[in-house]
Ligand binder design. Sequence first.
Ligand code: AMP
Length: 179
Amino acid sequence: MGPPGAGKGTQGELLARRLGIPRYSTGDILRQALRERTPMGLAAKRFMRAGELVPDDVMLGIIGEVLASEESANGFLLDGFPRTVAQAEGLRRTLEEMGLGLDAVVNLTVPDDVIMHRLSTRGRKDDLAKTIRRRLEVYRAQTKPVLDWYADAGVRILAIEGVGDIEEIQQQILGCLAL
Ligand code: AMP
């Protein structure tokens, strides 16, 4: 977890490779659906362009599908999901049905000014200044409470500072996970 621009994708990719497990990025899945012009992709487009969240039922449908796949049987890393308490609750139900649980939540923390700089220079279509600001607002209002929800649920949260050398940040995540 972490605000947009925290480096979830970068760190998530490295971590999944090191652990030898699949990484499921809901943002990537949605962008792929949009490129392929599937009904889901087309329906998600206006939310993504506006910096809003795609509705929970759509997201829970996506996650249900990826978790049911064979490649996730030995573990998986979720990137950009859950982003609302309702998604976290839905995920818990799905995992319970599968007899699984979460080992840890990795929370990447990055100061706002660093985020604004990173996002305004990366040039994705949902990275226009207005959209960036909205994405940050949405993060604070809807996604940050998910961290408290996990803390209450007793799930281990690793707080990692997401500023600095990419490989050093990765080593911190690996080190904390091993503790
Ligand atoms: P990301 O690449 O993770 O920043 O996601 C890009 C956009 O996809 C977000 O701004 C949302 O519009 C949408 N999205 C990705 N993951 C989720 C999620 N878990 N819940 C709702 N919307 C999502």
